[in-house]
Ligand binder design. Structure first.
Ligand SMILES: Nc1ncnc2c1ncn2[C@@H]1O[C@H](COP(=O)(O)OP(=O)(O)O)[C@@H](O)[C@H]1O
Ligand SMILES: [Mg+2]
Length: 274
């Protein structure tokens, strides 16, 4: 009986891992990289062609009526801006994918020299896009603050990213829930901060969502404890996060929360350099 329960627990843990990472396996990430490169390269090429076109227009200045000339300039400027945006966002997508590939390269429980800022950033946005896909028409502002002086440190990238994803998903859910109960003057907000604190790295994820009652706080880390409707929560996320932070990384996970005001989680990791 004990064994069966343990097996079930393990199975659910695996499911939570899979669910939290969604469909984004390394294979898919790799496949997406190629078409994205096409998008970026053709935008750059189009920008060059636009430059050539501008030169031809300039050479034929005298043959083009003044009004048309203004319209042409406006259109060319807009096209340049649009192409710039395509390149910018395409490159952003590439960097997310490279983050996933990088993270999924690490083996289970393998410490690797890592850029914590980068891991946090990628998974904050991964969570954002995943949640946006499930909660349509729900807007939220995310404020980020990264200390760029943080050196590479030894972490288990797979696990750290999982922890960030779980915390972000919970925060996202908390602000979504609050928005359902609040008026139009409520602005769902999540603040993310990564900074050095002496010999530690501190990752702070703060939301202005529903917050937690004392009862929830007390049972937060209990396996299977969830306040989400059936099918939406497994109640395993927080236990997994604490295991990742405290048992595997010898760090500390703490929080404070107030009903209706919001919640703040702090991950403290010892700065073990490579
Ligand atoms: N940021 C948060 N704001 C409010 N409540 C939270 C937050 N994070 C966690 N919780 C509470 O803790 C419970 C357990 O979280 P977790 O272990 O991740 O399981 P799940 O997300 O599947 O419910 C949640 O159901 C919720 O009640
Ligand atoms: Mg969760």
């Amino acid at each position: 009986m004990e064994k069966a329960l343990e097996d079930l627990q393990q199975q659910l843990k695996e499911q939570e891992k899979l669910a939290s990472l969604g469909l984004l396996s390394a294979g898919i990430a790799h496949e997406i990289q190629n078409p994205l490169n096409f998008v970026i390269n053709f935008s750059k090429l189009s920008n060059k062609l636009l430059q050539d076109l501008t030169e031809i227009v300039e050479d034929n200045e005298d043959k083009i009526p003044e009004e048309d000339r203004e319209d042409i300039d406006d259109i060319v400027a807009d096209l340049k801006e649009n192409l710039g945006k395509i390149v910018e966002h395409g490159e952003r997508a590439i960097s997310i994918i490279q983050g996933i590939l990088l993270v999924s390269r690490g083996k289970e429980d393998e410490f690797l020299p890592s850029d914590v800022n980068r891991i946090v950033k990628e998974y904050v946005w991964l969570s954002y896009h995943a949640m946006r896909a499930s909660y349509k028409n729900f807007n939220i502002s995310i404020h980020e603050d990264y200390d760029t002086t943080i050196p590479q440190v030894m972490v288990i990238p797979q696990d750290l990213s999982r922890a960030i994803l779980n915390l972000m998903n919970n925060a996202y859910y908390a602000v979504w829930k609050k928005s359902q109960e609040s008026g139009a003057d409520y602005t769902p907000t999540i603040d993310v901060k990564v900074c050095c604190q002496g010999f530690d790295i501190e990752i702070v994820i703060k939301d202005n969502g529903v917050g937690m009652t004392n009862d929830v706080k007390q049972r937060l880390y209990d396996n299977f404890f969830t306040t989400k409707p059936a099918g939406q929560g497994t109640g395993l996320g927080m236990g997994i996060i604490r295991n990742i932070v405290e048992d595997k990384h010898h760090g500390k996970l703490s929080f404070d929360s107030e009903p209706d005001k919001g919640t703040r989680f702090i991950i403290t990791l010892p700065m073990k350099k490579s």
